[in-house]
Design a protein around this ligand. Structure first.
Ligand code: DUC
Ligand code: ZN
Ligand code: ZN
Length: 483
């Protein structure tokens, strides 16, 4: 099978030029001007952008959470991702406390295998990591799972204590793998929730009011400090507010290998969404919650300045009916999470590039190249280059759409609302190639469940040496300026 993409404007994180791309089987085999080659399929991409497929390194498909399960399966969620121009997701397997992480990996493999529209990989959510289980981390890495997520929130369920976090980070630093942190002080948050409920406050907005930015900033500070002392890199997930961005900047300035992602919901939605009538505010009960609007400009600045490295979705969909409704009389029981896997590329192109907040190369970097590099997928994925997987999106910069649950062009996620309802975007995915196969073309899905395959990832940052040596600080901490 071969595909020739003619006349497109190829944009990567670093390049921007007009050329043709010849794809043989699953990889890019030739890039050049005016290629004359017999291919089984030719696509005319004149007037279109030809970009690396999006990589969404933070999704939760078929995740049991909050007494229910996210409404998108690996099949429906990855198909929606493909429609939106994402060709690879990194989802989260979850260790059941007290059991092996390798068992959890088997469970997640069984859910995803043979069902996905696009390629996928896994992080491992670690809920406990006693000494005797530490060797599993290396085994996971050998299986291509080279990153873990730990929680500072949800005491009694997901929360890891600081000792576990330190031990895990230290081992990750030695192995060349990466710890992702959910950074929020969950113990204090639980106290705030108790107070709110005891005073009779049950409505969805309380979710935001009981999770102040200062408690995200405290978690972020602690995660960064522990990583610094553990001499390990760290990746802060779903950073939502200026308070925590400041902590990140300080740590980066003193040399901590700190990375962070934010998500479209924090860039484009704000706390006023919880005031939607009735129970509709529950649509935005995701964690961390939506913040005051002024934070958005700060996050865009962080993306431009390079402090924030990735835009993921944290796609974690629950239907309003029957799932979010579990918390109708108690906001703390509303399952935490929201949808977004399908809309990320258009939203960030429109509100980022069209609105001149970020450039085109940075758009590609934030949505594809940088997650590929950080999470050990590069250069196989995250760019368009000879030898790379032909995960390619032909993106029409002139195509306008309104994002809406009711618009069959923009909503294929298995959830009964869209968090970005009514937003108008200019810039839309037209054709999607996943390892050389055309899976979406002009709104039509041409793929099949099982087109996607599990991708074993390499070490953090593509490093082949333990990173601790590269970033070793002898005595992490404050040093007075030399006399
Ligand atoms: N954290 C996530 O990353 N996703 C869903 C809920 C949460 O707390
Ligand atoms: Zn989280
Ligand atoms: Zn998440």
């Amino acid at each position: 099978m071969s595909v020739l993409i003619k006349n497109g404007r190829i944009v990567t994180a670093t390049d921007d030029y007009h050329a043709d791309i010849f794809i043989q089987d699953s990889t890019v085999s030739l890039i050049g001007r005016d290629l004359v080659i017999d291919a089984s399929h030719t696509i005319d991409a004149a007037g279109k952008l030809v970009i690396p497929g999006g990589i969404d390194p933070h999704t939760h498909l078929e995740l049991p959470f909050g007494g229910t399960t996210t409404s998108d399966t690996f099949e429906t969620g990855t198909r929606a991702a493909a429609y939106g121009g994402t060709t690879c997701v990194i989802d989260f397997a979850v260790q059941t406390r007290g059991t092996s992480t390798l068992e959890a990996l088997d469970t997640w493999h069984a859910k995803a295998a043979g069902t996905t529209a696009i390629d996928y990989s896994f992080h491992m959510i670690i809920t406990d990591m006693p000494e005797h289980r530490m060797p599993e981390m290396r085994r996971l890495a050998d299986e291509g799972v080279t990153s873990y997520k730990l929680f500072m929130a949800y005491p009694g369920a997901m929360l890891s204590d600081d000792g576990t976090i330190f031990r895990t980070m230290r081992k990750a630093g030695e192995d060349g793998t990466l710890v992702c942190m959910h950074a929020e002080n969950g113990i204090v948050i639980d106290e705030l929730i108790k107070i709110a409920l005891s005073e009779g406050h049950i409505e969805p907005k309380q979710h935001a009011l009981t999770r102040p930015t200062r408690l995200e900033a405290e978690g972020t500070h602690r995660a960064l400090a522990i990583a610094e002392v553990a001499r390990a890199p760290v990746y802060i997930v779903h950073l939502s507010a200026y308070d925590s961005l400041k902590e990140l900047r300080d740590a980066q300035a003193r040399g901590v290998m700190a990375h962070a992602e934010t998500c479209p919901q924090y860039l484009l939605l704000d706390i006023d969404a919880y005031d939607e009538p009735g129970f509709d505010g529950a649509k935005y009960v995701l964690t961390p919650p939506l913040r005051e609007k002024w934070n958005q400009d700060e996050l865009w600045t962080g993306l431009r300045a390079g402090n924030l490295n990735v835009i993921s979705t944290d796609h974690c969909p629950f239907c309003l009916k029957e799932q979010k409704e579990i918390g109708k009389d108690d906001f703390s029981k509303i399952p935490n999470g929201g949808p977004g896997i399908e809309n990320r590329m258009s939203l960030i192109y429109h509100y980022g590039v069209n609105k001149r907040r970020i450039g085109l190369n940075r758009f590609v970097e934030l949505t594809s190249t940088s997650p590929a590099k950080i999470f050990g997928l590069f250069p196989r994925k995250g760019t368009i280059a000879v030898g790379s997987d032909a995960d390619i999106v032909i993106f029409d910069p002139e195509h306008e759409e309104t994002i809406s649950y009711y618009n069959s062009k923009t909503h294929h996620m298995n959830v009964d609302y869209n968090a970005f309802e009514g937003m108008k975007v200019k810039g839309f995915t037209e054709t999607v190639l996943s390892r050389g196969k055309i899976v979406v073309d002009k709104g039509e899905y041409l793929g099949r469940p099982g087109d996607g395959m599990f991708i074993k990832r390499g070490p953090y940052g593509g490093a082949y040496q333990p990173v601790a040596e590269q970033y070793r600080l002898e005595t992490p901490g404050f040093r007075p300026a030399a006399e």
